[in-house]
Design a protein around this ligand. Structure first.
Ligand SMILES: Cc1cc2nc3c(=O)[nH]c(=O)nc-3n(C[C@H](O)[C@H](O)[C@H](O)COP(=O)(O)O)c2cc1C
Length: 181
């Protein structure tokens, strides 16, 4: 793999192939309490506008972190191809209600529960069972876009590791730079 274009093709593949290792992404933020990282699912990869799409709960810590500093770093690892991808970008919630509603409509009932806890994700669980309010789930659902600014790939190989980066320039083109691994 040696081009931004190929990386984007792989990212798109990871959104349709549920077994693709790049489907689960390490998503890191720089929040008021310091750095944090967590696993999230890559929901879409829009090659033309250089955006990756994630779903989350508006009440989650990552949303507070992004409000503090919108810069994020993402980490992908494929043990089949020994390939690591590091991504830097700017995160912002999708503001089009039309788009959020159409994506929400595709989420199955069981998965909507993820956004329906009465208390916020990360709050202390006091008492027994979780309490859900499905009526508020849609309001808690956030589509998070990450505008990708740089991609850095490292492929581990016996005959010699390969490392390169691709940075987005002002004209929307990827500038390729080989690197010492
Ligand atoms: C395999 C896997 C996939 C996950 N996918 C998501 C996801 O798509 N969106 C999300 O908000 N949390 C997802 N989570 C939960 C997060 O890792 C995290 O626990 C949660 O979002 C709260 O993080 P925060 O408090 O840092 O915001 C996933 C966890 C795992 C283990």
């Amino acid at each position: 793999m040696n081009h931004a274009e190929e990386i984007w093709k792989t990212l798109v593949r990871a959104t349709v192939d549920k077994k693709h290792p790049w489907r689960v992404v390490g998503f890191s933020t720089a929040g008021p309490k310091g750095p944090q990282v967590r696993s999230v699912i890559l929901r879409a990869a829009n090659t033309d506008d250089h955006q990756l799409v994630f779903y989350t709960d508006r009440r989650s810590q990552k949303m507070a972190d992004i409000a503090h500093d919108s810069r994020v770093a993402l980490l992908f690892w494929n043990p089949r191809s020994n390939t690591q991808l590091r991504v830097c970008g700017i995160a912002a919630p999708q503001t089009s209600e039309l788009i959020v509603n159409s994506l929400w409509a595709r989420i199955p009932e069981y998965a909507r529960k993820d956004y329906a806890t009465l208390s916020a994700p990360g709050d202390a669980l006091t008492g027994g069972d979780l309490v859900y309010d499905l009526d508020t789930a849609r309001a808690n659902f956030v589509v998070l876009n990450v505008k990708v600014l740089s991609l850095e790939l490292l492929e581990l190989k016996r005959e010699g590791h390969v490392r390169f980066r691709c940075d987005l320039d002002e004209t929307g083109h990827w500038i390729h730079q080989n690197m010492i691994p």
